[in-house]
Ligand binder design. Structure first.
Ligand SMILES: NC(=O)C1=CN([C@@H]2O[C@H](COP(=O)(O)OP(=O)(O)OC[C@H]3O[C@@H](n4cnc5c(N)ncnc54)[C@H](O)[C@@H]3O)[C@@H](O)[C@H]2O)C=CC1
Ligand SMILES: NCC(=O)COP(=O)(O)O
Length: 337
């Protein structure tokens, strides 16, 4: 059987554009480890093919690289990796960050996003990037969430991390703590809750979502004695949204909102900032969670962890979150078919 016959024989329905992220991190390892299993979608990896070959050799894994060409309709078999080659500037060393490859990382994201927006793919799945080294390379970059919003001309998007029994969304994402209070405006809260509500209905099939909302200050401001954002910003925004029939609870103190009696009623919890919500989520489900960007005009899922350079090339990286990110993207893509 010729290669083209083999390729023709395996038709795919769902196509995912996958970026491994930082080349010195565990992203390439995850791609190689997950290539050992069968997937019900075509996974096209936007990465340097030589990086994947070298990392596979380091991990003692045998892989076959299949070059991707536009329109190719083929699902990889275990051991095969379909690659849309994006060259690194410099040969990466597992575990050692190098700003010379900062532009490479952003190129993989740009190309995957563009191909996806042109309709070539059903979703984008991202591995972890190192925000610091990208900035060191001279590219202003605060995260995939913000990057894809700009690339797709979307004014407001929402970061959600989801694990079994808990979905946490963030009102603000990658900004210094000192800027959080100013970023929490009535308009932002209304937009974020509106996006959450719509996506809980459309992406998660929840007809009447219940959203629990954290306060910003200790004890949700203690009637204004410990901060006034709850009184002046969050409550008026929620009250306005309630007029349209949304089921919203809060603002509640963030230190007690994450308890079973609330969580069993909550379809999602809105935290005001990154480290208010994500430590709880990761304590519950690190390695078994998926990051989903709500409000984008396309499906984008990602891992719950970072670049873990301490584990790159060791074979010790847990593939659980990346596998979930791929499976969630497939599930969401099927809903849209
Ligand atoms: N989706 C993304 O692109 C994300 C990127 N990051 C970036 O990652 C970089 C490093 O961040 P850190 O705070 O050190 O977090 P990290 O998640 O890379 O590492 C924290 C700890 O968790 C362990 N760990 C992480 N992923 C693991 C896995 N799959 N299997 C087993 N152990 C794992 C690491 O070994 C380390 O001990 C930062 O630049 C950060 O911005 C962080 C979170 C998400
Ligand atoms: N803590 C989540 C994180 O840093 C990943 O964000 P993003 O790169 O998906 O925007």
């Amino acid at each position: 059987m010729t290669v083209s016959n083999q390729l023709d024989a395996r038709k795919s329905a769902i196509k995912l554009a996958v970026t491994p992220g930082e080349p010195a991190g565990i992203g390439p390892d995850l791609i190689i480890m997950l290539a050992e299993q069968e997937w019900e979608a075509q996974l096209v990896i936007f990465a340097d093919r030589d990086l994947l070959r070298a990392r596979a050799a380091l991990l003692g894994k045998k892989i076959d690289i299949i070059p991707y060409s536009k329109g190719m309709d083929y699902i990889q078999k275990p051991g095969e990796i379909i690659v849309n080659h994006v060259p690194c500037a410099k040969e990466p060393i597992a575990g050692i960050l190098d700003s010379e490859n900062g532009h490479y990382v952003v190129n993989t994201l740009r190309l995957a996003c563009e191909a996806n927006m042109e309709g070539e793919f059903n979703a984008v799945v991202t591995g972890p990037v190192h925000k610091g080294i990208i900035n060191k390379a001279g590219v202003s970059f605060s995260g995939h969430t913000e990057y894809f919003a700009v690339q797709s001309n979307t004014a407001d998007v929402v970061m959600m991390l989801a694990t079994d029994g808990l979905r946490v969304c963030l009102a603000t994402t990658h900004i210094p703590l000192a800027y959080v209070s100013k970023a929490i405006t009535r308009e932002r809260i209304e937009k974020v809750v509106g996006i959450m509500h719509a996506d809980l209905q459309q992406k998660f099939g929840i007809e009447h979502p219940t959203i629990y909302v954290c306060g910003l200050n200790p004890h949700a401001g203690e009637d204004g004695h410990l901060g006034r954002e709850e009184i002046e910003v969050i409550t008026p925004a929620l009250d306005r949204l309630r007029e349209s029939g949304m089921n919203l609870v809060g603002p509640l103190p963030a230190d007690t909102i994450f308890q079973p009696k609330y969580l069993e009623k909550a379809d999602a919890v809105l935290a005001m900032y990154h480290d208010q919500g994500l430590p709880v989520l990761k304590f519950k489900g690190f390695g078994n969670s998926v990051n989903i960007t709500l409000g984008l005009p396309f499906i984008r899922t990602s891992v719950d962890h970072g670049t873990a350079t301490d584990l790159a090339g060791t074979g010790q990286a847990d593939t659980g979150s990346m596998a979930r990110a791929i499976n969630k993207a497939i599930k969401l893509a099927k809903l849209k078919l």
